[in-house]
Design a protein around this ligand. Structure first.
Ligand code: C2O
Ligand code: CU
Ligand code: CU
Length: 484
Protein backbone atom coordinates (compact mmCIF):
# COMPACT_ATOMS: atom_id res chain seq x y z
CA UNK A 1 0.00 0.00 0.00
CA UNK A 2 2.96 2.29 0.33
CA UNK A 3 4.41 1.36 -3.01
CA UNK A 4 3.04 4.35 -4.87
CA UNK A 5 4.94 6.69 -2.68
CA UNK A 6 8.15 4.75 -3.25
CA UNK A 7 8.72 5.24 -6.93
CA UNK A 8 8.61 8.91 -6.47
CA UNK A 9 9.28 11.06 -9.46
CA UNK A 10 9.14 14.74 -9.94
CA UNK A 11 7.02 15.62 -12.92
CA UNK A 12 8.71 18.97 -13.08
CA UNK A 13 12.15 17.45 -13.33
CA UNK A 14 11.05 15.44 -16.33
CA UNK A 15 9.53 18.33 -18.17
CA UNK A 16 12.46 20.56 -17.59
CA UNK A 17 15.14 18.05 -18.44
CA UNK A 18 15.17 17.19 -22.10
CA UNK A 19 17.34 14.20 -21.33
CA UNK A 20 14.70 12.81 -19.05
CA UNK A 21 12.08 12.56 -21.75
CA UNK A 22 13.68 9.47 -23.18
CA UNK A 23 12.91 7.76 -19.98
CA UNK A 24 9.43 9.04 -19.41
CA UNK A 25 7.58 5.95 -20.55
CA UNK A 26 9.38 3.75 -18.03
CA UNK A 27 8.25 5.72 -15.04
CA UNK A 28 5.94 4.43 -12.35
CA UNK A 29 2.67 6.29 -11.86
CA UNK A 30 2.79 9.70 -10.27
CA UNK A 31 2.49 9.19 -6.53
CA UNK A 32 -0.81 9.60 -4.79
CA UNK A 33 -0.87 12.80 -2.81
CA UNK A 34 -2.62 13.71 0.35
CA UNK A 35 -2.57 17.23 -1.00
CA UNK A 36 -5.42 19.32 -2.24
CA UNK A 37 -5.69 22.93 -3.26
CA UNK A 38 -5.88 23.94 0.37
CA UNK A 39 -2.91 21.87 1.45
CA UNK A 40 -2.28 18.55 3.10
CA UNK A 41 -4.41 16.65 5.54
CA UNK A 42 -2.39 14.29 7.70
CA UNK A 43 -4.12 11.86 10.01
CA UNK A 44 -2.15 10.13 12.76
CA UNK A 45 -3.86 6.83 13.56
CA UNK A 46 -3.25 3.12 14.13
CA UNK A 47 -2.76 1.11 10.93
CA UNK A 48 -1.33 -2.15 9.71
CA UNK A 49 1.77 -2.54 7.58
CA UNK A 50 3.47 -5.40 5.80
CA UNK A 51 7.03 -4.59 6.78
CA UNK A 52 8.82 -7.87 6.32
CA UNK A 53 7.38 -9.54 3.24
CA UNK A 54 4.34 -10.89 1.46
CA UNK A 55 4.14 -14.15 3.44
CA UNK A 56 4.93 -12.61 6.77
CA UNK A 57 2.46 -11.33 9.33
CA UNK A 58 1.38 -7.72 9.24
CA UNK A 59 2.50 -5.35 11.96
CA UNK A 60 0.29 -3.06 13.98
CA UNK A 61 1.79 0.39 13.58
CA UNK A 62 0.90 4.01 14.15
CA UNK A 63 0.95 5.85 10.86
CA UNK A 64 0.34 9.12 9.05
CA UNK A 65 -2.43 8.57 6.50
CA UNK A 66 -2.27 4.81 6.92
CA UNK A 67 1.19 4.09 5.55
CA UNK A 68 4.75 3.81 6.83
CA UNK A 69 6.46 6.01 6.01
CA UNK A 70 3.53 8.43 6.02
CA UNK A 71 2.32 10.45 3.04
CA UNK A 72 5.09 12.16 1.21
CA UNK A 73 4.74 15.90 1.70
CA UNK A 74 5.89 17.89 -1.31
CA UNK A 75 6.23 21.63 -0.89
CA UNK A 76 7.72 24.38 -3.00
CA UNK A 77 10.53 26.61 -1.87
CA UNK A 78 9.25 30.05 -0.95
CA UNK A 79 5.58 29.12 -1.30
CA UNK A 80 3.20 29.04 1.67
CA UNK A 81 2.24 25.59 2.91
CA UNK A 82 -0.76 24.52 4.95
CA UNK A 83 -0.82 21.17 6.72
CA UNK A 84 -3.77 20.08 8.79
CA UNK A 85 -2.90 17.36 11.28
CA UNK A 86 -5.63 15.26 12.87
CA UNK A 87 -4.92 13.17 15.94
CA UNK A 88 -6.73 9.82 15.94
CA UNK A 89 -4.37 8.24 18.43
CA UNK A 90 -5.41 7.70 22.03
CA UNK A 91 -2.70 10.05 23.30
CA UNK A 92 -1.45 13.59 22.70
CA UNK A 93 0.75 14.25 19.70
CA UNK A 94 2.32 17.05 17.64
CA UNK A 95 4.17 17.20 14.34
CA UNK A 96 7.68 18.55 14.06
CA UNK A 97 8.95 19.50 10.59
CA UNK A 98 12.51 18.41 11.08
CA UNK A 99 15.11 20.69 9.52
CA UNK A 100 12.74 23.29 8.10
CA UNK A 101 13.58 26.81 9.24
CA UNK A 102 10.07 27.88 10.13
CA UNK A 103 8.46 30.23 12.65
CA UNK A 104 8.76 28.98 16.22
CA UNK A 105 4.99 28.57 16.68
CA UNK A 106 4.99 25.96 13.88
CA UNK A 107 7.86 23.87 15.27
CA UNK A 108 5.66 21.25 16.90
CA UNK A 109 7.20 20.95 20.35
CA UNK A 110 4.42 20.44 22.92
CA UNK A 111 4.54 22.81 25.87
CA UNK A 112 7.27 24.87 24.27
CA UNK A 113 5.88 26.03 20.93
CA UNK A 114 2.26 24.84 20.99
CA UNK A 115 -0.25 22.98 23.16
CA UNK A 116 -0.30 19.25 22.42
CA UNK A 117 -2.89 18.05 19.90
CA UNK A 118 -5.30 16.04 22.01
CA UNK A 119 -6.98 12.85 20.75
CA UNK A 120 -9.73 13.83 18.32
CA UNK A 121 -8.34 17.32 17.82
CA UNK A 122 -6.62 18.97 14.87
CA UNK A 123 -3.90 21.55 14.43
CA UNK A 124 -3.06 23.53 11.32
CA UNK A 125 0.58 24.14 10.55
CA UNK A 126 1.31 26.98 8.14
CA UNK A 127 4.73 28.14 7.05
CA UNK A 128 6.74 29.06 3.98
CA UNK A 129 9.81 26.86 3.61
CA UNK A 130 12.82 29.07 2.81
CA UNK A 131 15.05 26.16 1.80
CA UNK A 132 14.64 23.52 -0.89
CA UNK A 133 15.75 20.02 0.03
CA UNK A 134 15.02 16.78 1.83
CA UNK A 135 13.38 17.06 5.24
CA UNK A 136 11.07 14.90 7.31
CA UNK A 137 8.30 15.04 9.85
CA UNK A 138 7.63 13.16 13.05
CA UNK A 139 5.90 13.63 16.42
CA UNK A 140 7.55 15.48 19.28
CA UNK A 141 5.29 14.05 21.98
CA UNK A 142 6.10 10.66 23.49
CA UNK A 143 8.38 10.43 20.48
CA UNK A 144 10.26 7.35 21.57
CA UNK A 145 7.09 5.32 21.23
CA UNK A 146 5.32 7.34 18.52
CA UNK A 147 8.31 7.36 16.19
CA UNK A 148 9.18 3.79 17.19
CA UNK A 149 5.70 2.64 16.16
CA UNK A 150 5.96 4.24 12.74
CA UNK A 151 4.90 7.88 12.83
CA UNK A 152 7.26 9.54 10.37
CA UNK A 153 7.29 10.75 6.79
CA UNK A 154 9.43 12.65 4.33
CA UNK A 155 9.08 16.26 3.25
CA UNK A 156 10.53 17.28 -0.08
CA UNK A 157 10.79 20.98 -0.71
CA UNK A 158 11.24 21.34 -4.45
CA UNK A 159 13.83 23.65 -5.91
CA UNK A 160 12.49 26.47 -8.07
CA UNK A 161 14.39 24.90 -10.94
CA UNK A 162 14.50 21.12 -10.79
CA UNK A 163 17.82 19.28 -10.96
CA UNK A 164 18.78 17.59 -14.23
CA UNK A 165 18.16 13.97 -13.36
CA UNK A 166 16.20 11.12 -14.88
CA UNK A 167 14.64 10.11 -11.61
CA UNK A 168 14.25 11.60 -8.16
CA UNK A 169 14.15 8.73 -5.66
CA UNK A 170 13.46 8.67 -1.96
CA UNK A 171 14.78 5.95 0.31
CA UNK A 172 13.24 6.44 3.70
CA UNK A 173 15.28 4.00 5.74
CA UNK A 174 14.29 3.10 9.26
CA UNK A 175 14.55 0.24 11.68
CA UNK A 176 12.03 -1.55 13.85
CA UNK A 177 12.28 -3.82 16.81
CA UNK A 178 9.90 -6.66 15.99
CA UNK A 179 9.00 -9.62 18.16
CA UNK A 180 8.54 -13.20 16.94
CA UNK A 181 4.93 -12.55 15.95
CA UNK A 182 5.91 -9.61 13.79
CA UNK A 183 4.58 -7.07 16.26
CA UNK A 184 6.44 -4.10 17.61
CA UNK A 185 8.35 -5.20 20.67
CA UNK A 186 7.45 -3.51 23.91
CA UNK A 187 10.01 -2.14 26.32
CA UNK A 188 10.24 1.44 25.12
CA UNK A 189 12.34 3.49 27.49
CA UNK A 190 14.56 0.69 28.73
CA UNK A 191 16.94 2.41 31.14
CA UNK A 192 19.93 0.27 30.32
CA UNK A 193 19.59 1.02 26.61
CA UNK A 194 19.03 4.68 27.33
CA UNK A 195 22.49 4.86 28.85
CA UNK A 196 24.03 3.06 25.89
CA UNK A 197 23.25 3.05 22.17
CA UNK A 198 19.47 3.50 22.48
CA UNK A 199 16.77 1.30 21.00
CA UNK A 200 18.42 -0.11 17.89
CA UNK A 201 15.96 -2.33 16.03
CA UNK A 202 16.32 -5.73 14.40
CA UNK A 203 14.57 -5.09 11.07
CA UNK A 204 15.54 -2.38 8.61
CA UNK A 205 13.02 -1.23 6.04
CA UNK A 206 13.37 0.90 2.92
CA UNK A 207 10.22 2.89 2.18
CA UNK A 208 8.31 0.75 4.63
CA UNK A 209 9.33 -2.78 3.65
CA UNK A 210 12.35 -5.00 3.83
CA UNK A 211 13.87 -4.56 0.38
CA UNK A 212 15.31 -7.32 -1.74
CA UNK A 213 16.18 -5.08 -4.68
CA UNK A 214 15.45 -1.67 -6.13
CA UNK A 215 15.17 -1.42 -9.91
CA UNK A 216 17.46 0.92 -11.82
CA UNK A 217 18.14 1.38 -15.47
CA UNK A 218 21.49 1.43 -17.22
CA UNK A 219 22.60 4.91 -18.21
CA UNK A 220 20.22 6.84 -16.01
CA UNK A 221 21.20 9.53 -13.54
CA UNK A 222 19.28 9.42 -10.30
CA UNK A 223 19.05 11.75 -7.42
CA UNK A 224 18.68 9.58 -4.37
CA UNK A 225 17.37 11.14 -1.18
CA UNK A 226 18.43 9.10 1.82
CA UNK A 227 16.61 9.64 5.11
CA UNK A 228 17.47 7.83 8.33
CA UNK A 229 14.22 7.75 10.32
CA UNK A 230 15.47 5.37 13.01
CA UNK A 231 15.21 5.94 16.74
CA UNK A 232 18.85 5.08 17.31
CA UNK A 233 20.48 3.17 14.45
CA UNK A 234 23.44 4.84 12.77
CA UNK A 235 24.12 3.76 9.18
CA UNK A 236 27.16 3.79 6.93
CA UNK A 237 25.99 2.94 3.41
CA UNK A 238 28.24 1.61 0.67
CA UNK A 239 27.07 1.19 -2.91
CA UNK A 240 29.03 -1.65 -4.46
CA UNK A 241 30.25 -0.91 -7.97
CA UNK A 242 29.01 2.69 -7.82
CA UNK A 243 30.33 6.09 -6.90
CA UNK A 244 27.60 8.20 -5.36
CA UNK A 245 28.32 11.92 -5.14
CA UNK A 246 26.96 13.77 -2.14
CA UNK A 247 25.19 16.97 -3.20
CA UNK A 248 23.24 17.87 -0.07
CA UNK A 249 23.34 17.06 3.64
CA UNK A 250 20.32 17.59 5.89
CA UNK A 251 18.55 19.26 2.98
CA UNK A 252 21.28 21.84 2.46
CA UNK A 253 23.20 21.71 -0.83
CA UNK A 254 26.97 21.38 -0.40
CA UNK A 255 30.00 21.11 -2.66
CA UNK A 256 29.52 17.95 -4.70
CA UNK A 257 31.90 15.38 -3.22
CA UNK A 258 32.39 11.66 -2.87
CA UNK A 259 31.91 10.29 0.64
CA UNK A 260 34.97 9.47 2.67
CA UNK A 261 36.07 5.87 2.00
CA UNK A 262 32.91 5.46 -0.07
CA UNK A 263 30.69 5.26 3.03
CA UNK A 264 27.73 7.56 3.50
CA UNK A 265 27.36 8.17 7.20
CA UNK A 266 23.76 8.69 8.30
CA UNK A 267 22.96 9.23 11.94
CA UNK A 268 19.34 9.14 13.10
CA UNK A 269 17.36 12.04 11.55
CA UNK A 270 20.08 12.84 9.01
CA UNK A 271 19.45 13.15 5.30
CA UNK A 272 21.94 12.87 2.47
CA UNK A 273 21.13 13.51 -1.19
CA UNK A 274 23.40 11.79 -3.67
CA UNK A 275 23.65 11.83 -7.44
CA UNK A 276 24.43 8.53 -9.11
CA UNK A 277 25.09 7.62 -12.70
CA UNK A 278 24.04 4.04 -13.32
CA UNK A 279 26.93 2.91 -15.46
CA UNK A 280 26.73 -0.88 -15.23
CA UNK A 281 25.20 -3.30 -17.69
CA UNK A 282 21.55 -4.29 -17.88
CA UNK A 283 20.76 -7.34 -15.73
CA UNK A 284 23.51 -6.81 -13.15
CA UNK A 285 22.99 -6.47 -9.41
CA UNK A 286 24.99 -4.65 -6.77
CA UNK A 287 24.68 -4.73 -3.01
CA UNK A 288 23.97 -1.70 -0.89
CA UNK A 289 25.67 -2.50 2.40
CA UNK A 290 25.35 -0.90 5.81
CA UNK A 291 28.45 -1.71 7.83
CA UNK A 292 28.37 0.91 10.54
CA UNK A 293 28.36 -1.50 13.50
CA UNK A 294 31.38 -3.72 13.55
CA UNK A 295 30.50 -7.33 12.86
CA UNK A 296 26.87 -6.46 12.13
CA UNK A 297 27.00 -5.51 8.50
CA UNK A 298 23.97 -6.39 6.40
CA UNK A 299 22.66 -5.78 2.90
CA UNK A 300 20.06 -3.02 2.90
CA UNK A 301 19.03 -3.81 -0.67
CA UNK A 302 20.50 -4.32 -4.13
CA UNK A 303 20.55 -2.09 -7.15
CA UNK A 304 19.00 -4.32 -9.81
CA UNK A 305 19.60 -3.19 -13.38
CA UNK A 306 16.62 -3.83 -15.62
CA UNK A 307 17.15 -5.97 -18.72
CA UNK A 308 16.67 -3.06 -21.06
CA UNK A 309 18.89 -1.04 -23.29
CA UNK A 310 20.69 1.83 -21.59
CA UNK A 311 18.94 5.17 -21.39
CA UNK A 312 22.04 6.77 -22.90
CA UNK A 313 25.53 5.73 -23.93
CA UNK A 314 27.54 8.28 -21.97
CA UNK A 315 26.83 9.77 -18.59
CA UNK A 316 25.06 13.13 -18.58
CA UNK A 317 27.49 15.97 -18.39
CA UNK A 318 25.07 18.30 -16.63
CA UNK A 319 26.63 19.62 -13.43
CA UNK A 320 25.87 17.63 -10.28
CA UNK A 321 25.57 20.47 -7.80
CA UNK A 322 22.33 21.98 -6.52
CA UNK A 323 21.58 25.68 -6.06
CA UNK A 324 22.35 26.93 -2.56
CA UNK A 325 19.70 27.91 -0.06
CA UNK A 326 19.52 31.42 1.40
CA UNK A 327 21.31 30.74 4.67
CA UNK A 328 22.72 33.61 6.73
CA UNK A 329 26.50 33.27 6.88
CA UNK A 330 27.94 33.63 10.40
CA UNK A 331 30.63 36.23 11.01
CA UNK A 332 33.27 34.05 12.63
CA UNK A 333 35.47 36.93 13.76
CA UNK A 334 32.62 38.47 15.72
CA UNK A 335 30.98 35.24 16.82
CA UNK A 336 30.05 34.57 20.40
CA UNK A 337 31.75 31.36 21.51
CA UNK A 338 29.87 28.88 23.63
CA UNK A 339 30.80 25.38 24.79
CA UNK A 340 28.22 22.61 24.90
CA UNK A 341 29.60 19.53 26.60
CA UNK A 342 27.77 16.24 26.34
CA UNK A 343 28.10 14.12 29.45
CA UNK A 344 26.93 10.84 30.90
CA UNK A 345 26.01 7.40 29.69
CA UNK A 346 27.49 4.08 30.64
CA UNK A 347 31.22 3.69 31.07
CA UNK A 348 32.09 7.30 31.51
CA UNK A 349 33.10 9.59 34.34
CA UNK A 350 29.56 10.45 35.26
CA UNK A 351 28.86 6.83 36.01
CA UNK A 352 31.72 6.26 38.38
CA UNK A 353 32.21 9.61 40.05
CA UNK A 354 30.64 10.14 43.44
CA UNK A 355 27.93 12.72 43.39
CA UNK A 356 27.61 12.29 39.65
CA UNK A 357 24.28 12.87 38.06
CA UNK A 358 23.38 9.22 38.18
CA UNK A 359 25.09 8.49 41.47
CA UNK A 360 25.54 4.87 40.53
CA UNK A 361 27.49 2.43 38.47
CA UNK A 362 27.12 -0.67 36.39
CA UNK A 363 27.50 -3.96 38.16
CA UNK A 364 27.27 -7.26 36.39
CA UNK A 365 25.27 -5.78 33.58
CA UNK A 366 22.62 -4.10 35.65
CA UNK A 367 22.29 -0.47 36.50
CA UNK A 368 22.52 0.38 40.11
CA UNK A 369 21.04 3.41 41.75
CA UNK A 370 19.44 4.85 38.65
CA UNK A 371 16.16 5.33 40.46
CA UNK A 372 14.58 6.99 37.45
CA UNK A 373 17.27 9.67 37.30
CA UNK A 374 18.65 10.97 34.05
CA UNK A 375 21.60 9.34 32.30
CA UNK A 376 22.81 12.23 30.21
CA UNK A 377 23.45 15.94 30.47
CA UNK A 378 24.53 19.02 28.54
CA UNK A 379 26.83 21.31 30.51
CA UNK A 380 25.87 19.48 33.69
CA UNK A 381 22.13 19.95 33.20
CA UNK A 382 19.64 17.25 32.31
CA UNK A 383 16.36 18.10 30.67
CA UNK A 384 14.40 14.87 30.34
CA UNK A 385 11.40 13.50 28.51
CA UNK A 386 9.92 15.13 25.47
CA UNK A 387 8.58 18.62 24.86
CA UNK A 388 6.73 19.77 27.95
CA UNK A 389 5.56 22.91 29.69
CA UNK A 390 8.02 24.93 31.70
CA UNK A 391 11.16 24.21 29.69
CA UNK A 392 13.47 27.07 30.58
CA UNK A 393 16.13 28.13 28.08
CA UNK A 394 19.66 27.23 29.19
CA UNK A 395 21.19 29.81 26.86
CA UNK A 396 19.92 33.04 25.36
CA UNK A 397 21.35 34.57 22.20
CA UNK A 398 20.55 38.00 20.84
CA UNK A 399 18.76 37.81 17.52
CA UNK A 400 21.11 38.32 14.59
CA UNK A 401 24.20 37.35 16.58
CA UNK A 402 26.74 34.98 15.06
CA UNK A 403 27.32 32.04 17.37
CA UNK A 404 30.13 29.51 17.41
CA UNK A 405 29.37 26.37 19.38
CA UNK A 406 32.04 23.96 20.53
CA UNK A 407 30.30 20.61 20.88
CA UNK A 408 32.33 18.29 23.08
CA UNK A 409 31.34 14.68 23.36
CA UNK A 410 32.70 13.59 26.73
CA UNK A 411 30.95 10.24 26.50
CA UNK A 412 31.70 6.80 25.12
CA UNK A 413 28.76 6.93 22.67
CA UNK A 414 27.82 8.55 19.36
CA UNK A 415 25.32 11.40 19.39
CA UNK A 416 23.46 12.96 16.44
CA UNK A 417 22.94 16.42 17.95
CA UNK A 418 19.95 18.18 16.46
CA UNK A 419 19.17 21.91 16.50
CA UNK A 420 15.68 23.20 15.85
CA UNK A 421 14.98 26.28 13.77
CA UNK A 422 18.47 26.75 12.32
CA UNK A 423 21.06 25.10 10.09
CA UNK A 424 24.61 25.12 11.36
CA UNK A 425 27.82 25.28 9.44
CA UNK A 426 30.24 22.54 10.47
CA UNK A 427 33.70 24.13 10.77
CA UNK A 428 36.05 21.60 12.30
CA UNK A 429 36.37 18.20 13.91
CA UNK A 430 39.03 17.68 16.55
CA UNK A 431 40.80 20.80 15.35
CA UNK A 432 40.92 19.75 11.70
CA UNK A 433 38.94 22.00 9.35
CA UNK A 434 36.00 20.25 7.72
CA UNK A 435 36.67 20.28 3.99
CA UNK A 436 33.28 21.33 2.67
CA UNK A 437 32.02 23.27 5.69
CA UNK A 438 28.59 21.88 5.03
CA UNK A 439 25.41 23.03 6.73
CA UNK A 440 23.58 20.54 8.92
CA UNK A 441 20.74 20.47 11.40
CA UNK A 442 21.84 17.16 12.87
CA UNK A 443 25.54 16.81 13.61
CA UNK A 444 26.77 13.29 14.33
CA UNK A 445 29.51 13.35 16.95
CA UNK A 446 31.74 10.35 17.58
CA UNK A 447 32.81 9.42 21.12
CA UNK A 448 35.28 11.96 22.55
CA UNK A 449 35.10 14.16 19.45
CA UNK A 450 35.02 17.94 19.55
CA UNK A 451 33.11 19.62 16.73
CA UNK A 452 32.92 23.34 16.05
CA UNK A 453 29.80 24.68 14.37
CA UNK A 454 28.60 28.20 13.65
CA UNK A 455 25.33 29.85 12.75
CA UNK A 456 23.45 33.11 12.90
CA UNK A 457 20.81 33.10 15.62
CA UNK A 458 18.28 34.75 13.33
CA UNK A 459 15.12 32.80 14.08
CA UNK A 460 13.41 34.16 17.20
CA UNK A 461 11.90 31.86 19.78
CA UNK A 462 12.70 29.01 22.14
CA UNK A 463 14.28 26.13 20.25
CA UNK A 464 14.95 22.63 21.35
CA UNK A 465 18.41 21.18 20.99
CA UNK A 466 18.75 17.46 21.62
CA UNK A 467 20.32 14.19 20.72
CA UNK A 468 18.23 12.43 18.08
CA UNK A 469 18.88 9.03 19.62
CA UNK A 470 15.47 9.40 21.20
CA UNK A 471 16.36 7.33 24.28
CA UNK A 472 19.18 9.78 24.94
CA UNK A 473 16.91 12.77 24.55
CA UNK A 474 14.37 11.27 26.96
CA UNK A 475 17.10 10.52 29.48
CA UNK A 476 18.53 14.02 29.64
CA UNK A 477 20.33 14.91 26.39
CA UNK A 478 18.18 17.89 25.64
CA UNK A 479 18.16 21.60 26.28
CA UNK A 480 16.54 24.79 25.04
CA UNK A 481 18.16 27.77 23.32
CA UNK A 482 16.39 31.11 23.22
CA UNK A 483 16.84 33.55 20.38
CA UNK A 484 15.61 36.85 21.83
CU1 C2O B 1 13.66 15.49 14.50
CU2 C2O B 1 13.52 17.65 17.82
O1 C2O B 1 13.56 16.56 16.18
CU1 CU C 1 14.00 19.12 14.39
CU1 CU D 1 22.90 10.69 22.02
Amino acid sequence: MNRESNGLVSRRSLLQTGAGLLFATALPPFPARAASSDGYRIVAAPARARLVGANQPETDVWAYNGTVPGSLVRLRQGEPARLLVENRLDQDTTVHWHGIRLPNAMDGVPGLTQPPIKPGETFVYTFTPPDAGTFWYHPHANSLEQLGRGLAGAVIVEEREAAAVDRDLLWFVTDWRLNEEGGIASGFGNRMEAGMSGRVGNTVTLNGRVSEAEAVRAGERVRLRLVNGSLARIMALRFEGHRPVIVAIDGQPCDAHEPERGRILLGPAMRVDVMMDMQAEPGRRYGVIDDFYEGLSYQLTQLAYEERRPVREHPLDAPLGLPRNPLPVPDLAAALRQDLTIQGGMMSGMMTGTGGIMGGGMMHGTMKGMGGGPSWAINGMSMTGDGHAGMEPALTFQRGRSIMLVLRNDTAWWHPMHFHGHSLRVLSRNGTPVLHRQWQDTVLIAPKDVVEVAFVADNPGDWMLHCHVIDHQMAGLMTVLRVA
